[in-house]
Design a protein around this ligand. Structure first.
Ligand code: MF3
Ligand code: CO
Ligand code: CO
Length: 271
């Protein structure tokens, strides 16, 4: 039950709604765990997508992306210089490719949205650095999430970390509110200034999903109308979690149930 909305039209959910988001987030995260061992050189992104579609159904969930604004697939798979919204195809992974797999499920009407990076065999050192910096940026942003913080604090945590490592944050795509709909207010920017933007309040649900490039931040969309790539063809990485603001911090709904974190030695910290 929605308890209210802020003046920025951000919905505030009730305590009992967290259980629905937890259930949806866990299924998205489980599928991202399961697909990991299938990411290998020679596998096509359509094959990975077929596996994901099968697992969504087997878990009693629905795909949020099939039929969304004309999109026809159960995942987005974005390889190397693809920033996001890569369309599954018969393209086969090559040794050393890095890729983001983004899955959004609907469970009892509630949305769980998450994405992670994978590599087909050992990636180049610079690709590994990019993935590490992007994951760290996401988790530094998650650490900012608590009542009284602002969305500017969240964005700045990401921007600051990327800048420190001489990498750039994509500005054309952002995180979003979610709940019983896929994309709701606010736009969760992955850059910003501390203390600016709407204030976070208990009961907000949203994603944080930074895209970071090794080169310049600019992107362009391919003629398929979906695939976003870096204009300079530099490598790009993204991680996404769905989170809820709690009384004293936040709950991450899409943590890996199998402990399959990237990087492998990363552990969630409790609050
Ligand atoms: N899952 C993406 C997000 O994080 C949205 C994908 S929409 C699609 O918001 F149509 F491209 F699948
Ligand atoms: Co999202
Ligand atoms: Co997503």
């Amino acid at each position: 039950m929605i308890k209210g909305r802020t003046k920025d039209n951000i919905r505030l959910y009730a305590a009992e709604d967290f259980a629905h988001m937890r259930a949806a987030g866990a299924k998205a995260a489980q599928i991202l765990d399961e697909v990991a061992e299938r990411v290998q050189p020679g596998v096509s992104t359509a094959e990975l997508n077929d596996f994901i579609e099968t697992r969504i159904a087997a878990l009693g969930a629905q795909s949020a992306t099939i039929g969304y604004r004309g999109y026809r697939h159960a995942s987005c798979i974005s390889i190397n210089h693809t920033v996001c919204h890569g369309v599954p195809s018969d393209r086969r992974l090559a040794k050393g490719d890095i890729l983001n797999i983004d899955v959004t499920v609907i469970v009892d009407g509630w949305y769980g949205d998450s994405s992670r990076m994978y590599a087909a065999g050992p990636p180049p050192r610079r690709a590994e650095r990019l993935m590490q910096v992007t994951h760290d940026a996401l988790m530094l942003a998650v650490r900012e999430v608590r009542p009284g913080a602002t969305f500017g604090d969240v964005g700045w945590a990401i921007e600051k970390h990327a800048r420190h490592h001489r990498m750039s944050v994509v500005r054309e795509f952002c995180g979003h509110g979610l709940g019983r709909e896929f994309h709701l207010p606010p736009n969760v920017l992955h850059f910003g200034s501390p203390g600016t933007g709407p204030e976070l309040r208990e009961g907000m649900f949203f994603t944080i999903e930074p895209m970071i490039n090794l080169g310049k931040p600019e992107t362009r969309i391919l003629p398929d109308g979906w695939t976003a790539v870096t204009r300079d063809r530099s490598l790009s990485a993204q991680f996404e979690h769905s989170v809820g603001v709690t009384r004293d911090g936040c709950e991450v709904f899409t943590l890996s149930p199998g402990g399959k974190y990237y990087p492998a030695n990363w552990q969630p910290r409790s609050r």
